[in-house]
Write a protein that binds this ligand. Sequence first.
Ligand code: TRP
Ligand code: SF4
Length: 420
Amino acid sequence: MITPWDVSGEVDYSKLIKEFGMEPFHPLLEKIKDPMPLMKRGVIFGHRDYDRIVEAMNKGEPFAVMSGFMPSGLPHFGHKMTMDEIVWHNNRGGVAFVAIADMEAHVVRGLSWDKLRKIGMEYIKAIIALGLTEDSVIYFQSANENVKDLAFELATEVNWSELKAIYGFDNETTLAKMFVTAIQAGDILLPQLRLYGGPKPTVVPVGADQDPHLRLTRDLSLRVCIFAYERIDNGVRVRSRKGAEYLEAVRDLNFDKKVYQEHIDLFGDPDEIIKAVREIEIEMEGYAFIPPSSTYHKFITGLQGGKMSSSKPESFISLLDKPEDAAKKVMSALTGGRATAEEQRRLGGIPEKCVIFELYTYHLLSDKELEEIERDCRNGELLCGKCKKYVSEKVSEVLSDLQEKMKEAEARLDLYNLIL
Ligand code: TRP
Ligand code: SF4
């Protein structure tokens, strides 16, 4: 079962792609220059409209990357994966937006504002430590008036039956929980406000459970715009959602056209037509949003199997764990090893069932090293004891380094665009 607030059972990702109507990620790989390891390794397995981001990256055009974190527990390796994705896009020229979802955590997990503030700051330090540039916009939802105003506007287009269908809400659902879905839509469209330079392709890297939010936001991004577009033979049909008087400006465009009462048909290159009409909308101070793109990564497994959860401390390695404590946690993790050493030498280990191998794949190793470990594990040359020792060294190294950088980040916080 998968909802934005609960994931249970085993997840079949290809089924998920079909049921949710996402696109598989791997066909895009060849178009991306020097893709992230997470992309090559299939951890990022699905997307919506990511082609648009690839194009912006390849042409050096403006784009944004945005995602959010619920500060309901300390940041762990699962969050680090999303942070790495944000930072990667940021390094490729995307302006980064990071939401600390304290409003969501307050409703969904019931934490006090004080506590959320404190935990939220650790997420901010962590993502800065991972390399986010100073022009990034980092904010607490509760402190961001633009997000709240935008959420309210977006909420004008959402009704109860839609919420029920998308999120499975029922008679017991609170108004606040419903409202945070609009807040998240506000987060996702924030980078496209006039304040931040207007419409631009935006990618939202998330876990697959967040897709309902993206489906809703993509719909809303179109519904709040003035103009609607429909492809016709040799051109585009343009309608106004906010009254026929808006169409007047479209009449003056320099394309062959047929003008009707309720719409105008424009003939020529569809991309150029849409671009021209969107510019009119921006001049009129409409949103002219571009539907957000998204990438979906797999869930990270808890150290004892099952789901990694911030409410079960033994299930994850926090980015704030003392390196030696983290090393101990790793030593007791579930592996894909056999019952006895003899059996393992004979049959080999099973990396796809191994939490340690997942850690290597998501966070720790280069392609070459990963290949070697996989080979040695499968052919029985590498035993789990030795492998775990190695992984715990790697984890300690990563943590010491990150924690050092988090201290530095704390001292540099005032250089950032923070909305606290
Ligand atoms: N709902 C997300 C989570 O549970 C957090 C979040 C808030 C978010 N705003 C967002 C994710 C905007 C992506 C984009 O983890
Ligand atoms: Fe996992 Fe390493 Fe054991 Fe293989 S040898 S099952 S990768 S811990």
